[in-house]
Write a protein that binds this ligand. Structure first.
Ligand code: GTP
Ligand code: SPV
Ligand code: MN
Length: 598
């Protein structure tokens, strides 16, 4: 038997059992040291898993290319495996645990032959915080190890913690043959176990992220009365020096990363606003003894969308990814730096595209489609601490108090720029009925609208009807619940052109949101909620075309009545399980709209 750097019996037994199944040549424990990281990088470059980038221009940076059919989360191959089908709900693919283990075991068997199995002990949240959760990921991918070293706290400190507390989420990953026909992402919330096989793409294989921190955590959070959400967390320092925190849920590739680290636009900067980034993807929130909601970001890195990232849209991210960053599926330039569509500077005259082929601008493929240099879902993995706006409260075990929760989708029509819900229950309805157009972060048809409640449709580890009930119950646990808002940065005119400039200008809307939280401004009551009076949005330094703001702040009765039909169908899918309160909200909104004279 191997000598293991732990006395945690559960851990030793499990590692041995999984090693027996996967037959690795050897087992290596990740200790979190710089020396081990350097050797892993060296080995990855030797094996071709990583390309070392120009170390003068991009110190500590690497490029990785995935298989061509392994570039985003595969929701149709992702399953929640509970004993009862109803516990997974209509929002999840379900498989019986026995069948799932059996199917996956066949793919895992011998899958690590000739390879090393890495053991990664990791903590989601500060090590030792009562609010953190520990996991151990076994993987045969160095790329996974190097990403986990950026995205989570891992190594010795976690093993030490596991001497005190032997509970952990068992995460098993093997890239196996990277065969899409033998790919499964399986969650066993009742066993605190995750099995992922056949993929090498981030969301499918960095098991601390979506699999543990959202699917498993949401299941646990319901039992333990807290919330695990697909939300950014940001601090907004007001002109008087006071910092207020908000959490916001937007679906994948809909602007969380960009909002979480925005740089105030000129007009507002003069007032003295400053942004502090706590997290860009996941928020764990619980009610503290003061009766308000407190949030931590369980991660330590960003796994962000590359295309569109530049000094105009996201200057803080441009700074963040200049060092110690792993780029995935971007274009390689002749000087060994990287590029993507919408990056700073000139379009390179040539390069190697994300598939590893020679590339020139405007080149077309056999179907006459322009060949992209970077994949639309190309990403970078970078440490939060590289970010100029990183919050000084990242390591605080209690996190930050949340003043407002913001929901938002990507909608060309219907949803106005911003509205405030009437109360917690109405806010839960606004979150539960969120719709969004599909993006490159999912496999599916771009642009098609789907319901994505609280941006959690792909990530809720149990029946969403129970999830809504849990949200409603959380409201009753708080003496000071945050106010709930809905935003939409993506309204477009008939030509599909965005009406709102977005990005840093979104701070103008956050200012209104905070003013509402602090009872500083009045608002217009409409059937869908409170909307700003146009004159209450500070437009200093921003010129919108005539009438644009009015369009952005309009509640269109006919569009909303049509929207309610879609919501009715969606709610109907949950049958008797849907909380009555949500139907009450639905009927109340329908009644208000019918009476509404525009
Ligand atoms: P995940 O990492 O997939 O969970 O997504 P995210 O919500 O963090 O997405 P991100 O911030 O990376 O958003 C990426 C896409 O949204 C890019 O195409 C951006 O150009 C676009 N985007 C972000 N903010 C805005 C905005 O305010 N307006 C417009 N029009 N586009 C935006
Ligand atoms: C998302 O798709 O919401 C992401 C990227 O944040 S992934 O980690 O791949 O899920
Ligand atoms: Mn995400």
């Amino acid at each position: 038997m191997e000598k293991f750097p732990t006395t945690n019996k559960k851990l030793i037994e499990w590692v041995n059992k999984m090693a027996k199944l996967c037959s690795p040549e050897r087992i290596v424990w990740i200790d979190g040291s710089g020396g081990q990281k350097l050797s892993l990088e060296r080995e990855s470059v030797d094996s071709g898993e990583l390309i070392r980038l120009n170390q003068e221009k991009l110190p500590g940076c690497f490029l990785h290319r995935t298989a061509h059919d392994d570039v985003s989360r595969t929701e149709h191959l992702t399953f929640i495996c509970t004993k009862k089908k109803g516990d997974a709900g209509p929002n999840n693919n379900w498989m019986r645990p026995f069948t799932a283990y059996k199917k996956a075991r066949e793919i895992f068997r011998g899958s690590m032959k000739g390879r090393t199995m890495y053991v990664i002990p990791f903590s989601m949240g500060p090590v030792g915080s009562p609010f953190s959760k520990i996991g151990v990921e076994l993987t045969d991918s160095r790329y996974v190890v190097l990403n986990m070293l950026i995205m989570t706290r891992c190594g010795q400190a976690v093993l030490r913690q596991m001497e005190r507390d032997d509970d952990f989420t068992r995460c098993l990953h093997s890239k196996a043959q990277l065969d899409i026909n033998k790919r499964l992402i399986l969650h066993f919330p009742e066993d605190n176990t995750i099995w992922s096989v056949g993929s090498g793409y981030g969301g499918n294989v960095l098991l601390g992220k979506k699999c543990l921190s959202l699917r498993i955590a949401s299941f646990v959070a319901r039992k333990e009365k807290w919330l695990a959400e697909h939300m950014l967390i940001m601090g907004i320092e007001e002109p008087n020096g006071h910092v207020e925190y908000i959490a916001a849920a937007f679906p994948s590739a809909c602007g969380k990363t960009n909002l979480a680290m925005l740089v105030p636009p000129e007009g507002l900067k003069k007032k003295g606003y400053r942004i502090w980034t706590v997290g860009d993807d996941i928020s764990w929130m619980r009610v503290d003894s003061d009766g308000s909601l407190w949030a931590i970001n369980p991660e330590t890195g960003f796994f962000g969308v590359a295309p569109g990232t530049n000094s105009k849209t996201n200057p803080n991210m441009v700074e963040t990814i200049k060092k110690d960053t792993i780029y995935t599926n971007v274009l390689l330039k002749p000087d060994n730096t990287v590029w993507w569509e919408g990056a700073d500077g000139e379009v390179p005259a040539q390069g190697i595209d994300w598939k590893g082929n020679p590339w020139k601008p405007h080149a077309r493929d056999a179907e006459d489609m322009v060949i992209k240099g970077a994949h639309a879902n190309a990403r970078f993995t970078a440490p939060i601490m590289n970010c100029p706006s990183a919050s000084f409260r990242l390591e605080q075990h209690h996190g930050v108090p949340i003043s407002a929760i913001v929901f938002g989708g990507r909608r060309q029509h219907v949803a106005p720029l911003v509205y405030e819900s009437f109360n917690w229950q109405h806010g839960v309805f606004a979150g539960a009925t969120m719709g969004s157009e599909l993006t490159a972060a999912q496999v599916g048809k771009l642009g098609q609208v789907r319901r994505d409640p609280m941006a959690m449709l792909p990530f809720c580890g149990y029946n969403m009807a129970d999830y809504f009930r849990h949200w409603l119950a959380m409201g009753r646990l708080m003496a000071k619940p945050p106010k709930i808002f809905h935003v939409n940065w993506f309204m477009a005119d008939d030509q599909g052109k965005f009406l709102w400039p977005g990005f840093c200008e979104n701070l103008r809307i956050l200012e209104w949101i905070l003013d509402r939280c602090n009872n500083k401004v009045n608002a217009m009551q409409t059937p869908i909620g409170y909307l700003p009076y146009p004159f209450d949005i500070d437009m200093t330094g921003l010129n919108l075309s005539a009438g644009a703001l009015e369009k952005l702040l309009k509640v269109d009765k006919e569009e909303w009545l049509a929207e309610l039909k879609g919501i009715n169908k969606f709610f109907g899918g949950f049958r008797k399980d849907l909380p009555k309160e949500l139907w009450d909200e639905y009927n109340a909104l329908l009644g208000r709209l019918k009476k509404y004279v525009q």
